[in-house]
Write a new protein. Structure first.
Length: 127
């Protein structure tokens, strides 16, 4: 009987050890799920890798999809039941960075798109 109990405990320990994941894996999974449900504010910056110039910046509560590596699909929440979907074409000379900037949850329907060109930048002021 002791051998059977010992064998069951060892099997259970082995299964937990093999199927278990680290705390970082769990946290990363939870953050990704939260972002896909529009629970955190993000900033996406698209760069031209040849010129080091910023092409596009987006901020807001958004979910990302990049299945085929040639197109970034950005779904933004802009109201209680309102969404916008944007596509960013990715090539050998472009790359993007997505940052979690959810430290300011003041406006859950916040949405901005900036195209960076050679004209003077626009300035947003808040009172």
């Amino acid at each position: 009987m002791k051998k059977i109990i010992f064998a069951l405990i060892m099997t259970l320990a082995l299964l937990i050890g093999v199927s278990g994941c680290s705390e970082a894996d769990k946290v990363n999974s939870n953050i990704s799920k939260q972002a896909d449900y529009f629970g955190c504010e993000r900033r996406i910056t698209v760069y031209n890798a040849r010129t080091d110039k910023v092409i596009l910046t987006m901020e807001g509560y958004m979910s990302l999809s990049n299945d085929d590596n040639s197109e970034l699909v950005v779904t933004c929440k802009i109201g209680p039941d309102k969404y916008k979907k944007d596509y960013v074409y990715l090539s050998n000379s472009t790359l993007y960075v997505c940052e979690d900037i959810s430290g300011t949850d003041t406006d859950p329907y916040h949405y901005k798109v900036y195209f960076h060109t050679n004209v003077l930048p626009s300035v947003e002021t808040k009172l």
